[in-house]
Each structure stands twice: as C-alpha cells, then as structure tokens.
Design a protein around this ligand. Structure first.
Ligand SMILES: C[S@@+](CC[C@H](N)C(=O)[O-])C[C@H]1O[C@@H](n2cnc3c(N)ncnc32)[C@H](O)[C@@H]1O
Length: 185
C-alpha cells in the first residue's frame, strides 16, 4: 500500500462538484475511453463521485474500495444499475486475469500504489487495455490535497507502471495533479 487511507468520516467532501477543478468528467472519460459494452474498474471508488461519470459510457463498472464504509456511503447515495461494488484492496483483486477492459483511479494512487498493487493491475487489465491514473502530484504546490510528502510524482508513477510492463502513452503534470494513461502488458 502507499500512504494513509482516506478517512471515511470525510466522505461527504468527495461529493463536492468543485473537485472538477482538478479532474474533469470530460478528461476522465477521454482518458478511460470506455467501450459501451466494456468492463471497467474504478480503483478506490469512494462515494462514487467519478464512478457515476464513467458508468453511462461503459457496460459494467466495478467500484473497488478497501473500506466497507465507503461502499456503504455509495450504496446510500444510490448506485447506477451497471455499477457493482467490490470490497477489496487493489493489491489483491477478485478478478480473473485480463477480466477488465480498462481501469481508472482518481486521487487514490498515492493511497494504494506499491509494486504489488501495480503488478495486480497488470494482471487484471487485458493486454492493451487502458489504465488511467489521476492523482495529486508531489511536484504540486500543496495548496490543496494531501501533504506533498505523501504523493508520487508523474516520473515515479510512470516508472512503477513501466516496471510492471505497462506502456505509458500519455503523462502530464498540472498545478497540483498528474495524469497518466498506460496500456496493459
Ligand atoms: C481520496 S478517496 C477518493 C475516492 C474517489 N476515487 C474519488 O475521487 O472520489 C480514496 C479512496 O480509496 C480507497 N482506498 C485507499 N486505499 C485503497 C486500496 N489499497 N484498495 C482499494 N481502495 C483503497 C479509500 O477507502 C477511499 O475510499
């Protein structure tokens, strides 16, 4: 696992539409590029703020979260009919090899990322399937988000993905966040 896990007592903050300042619905869908019949996983889905944005464009979306309380909050909010919640650590997913056409994660890579978790993503995303990661960057100013010492840089995230066999096809650092899109081995 990466750094500390998000406090479920602060779940309501995840529903703030001002979060689109950091990652927009449009850029997320562009990065994930889901197929209408595709199987997608949201890694660390929380209350489903961004899961809900991808769901209308995919076949099945698994909302994966290690905290049962977060899945409960999402259920209380209401699940799109094609979203299934999974209580799991990203490092040990209950999916068959190559079961996912795509996976994405918003503001959570710093909480789950280590070599085991990234290797698990290389296992469950089908060959050439997309992995889209958006997260707070260690190169950011720190005016918003977790402490910069608890974040990865784009270069660190890229190296972790490439070490696991992913082909990184896009990477960019903005003021506080980075975005990386990679194709699975
Ligand atoms: C900062 S919240 C972001 C939630 C959501 N991605 C969003 O942007 O609204 C991080 C979420 O990831 C979950 N999480 C942290 N570590 C995880 C892990 N190793 N496996 C699965 N979920 C994890 C936390 O429980 C929390 O719900």
């Amino acid at each position: 696992m990466g750094f500390h896990t998000f406090d479920a007592d602060r779940a309501a903050k995840l529903e703030d539409p001002e979060r689109y300042a950091w990652v927009s619905r449009e850029e997320l869908i562009d990065a994930v590029d889901p197929a209408v019949d595709g199987t997608v996983a949201d890694l660390g889905s929380g209350t489903g703020f961004y899961t809900d944005d991808v769901a209308p464009h995919a076949g099945t979306v698994y909302g994966v979260d290690v905290q049962a309380e977060m899945n409960d909050r999402y259920r209380e909010k209401g699940l799109p009919e094609n979203v299934e919640l999974v209580e799991s650590d990203v490092a040990d997913l209950p999916f068959a090899a190559g079961a996912l056409d795509a996976a994405f994660s918003t503001m959570t890579f710093h909480e789950f990322a280590d070599d085991d978790a990234v290797a698990e993503l290389a296992r469950v995303v089908r060959t050439d399937g997309r992995l889209a990661i958006f997260d707070w960057s260690a190169d950011g100013g720190g005016a918003a988000g977790p402490p910069t010492a608890e974040r990865y840089t784009l270069a660190e995230a890229t190296a972790m993905l490439e070490d696991a066999g992913f082909e990184v096809v896009h990477g960019t650092t903005r003021t506080e966040t980075f975005a990386v899109v990679a194709l699975a081995p």
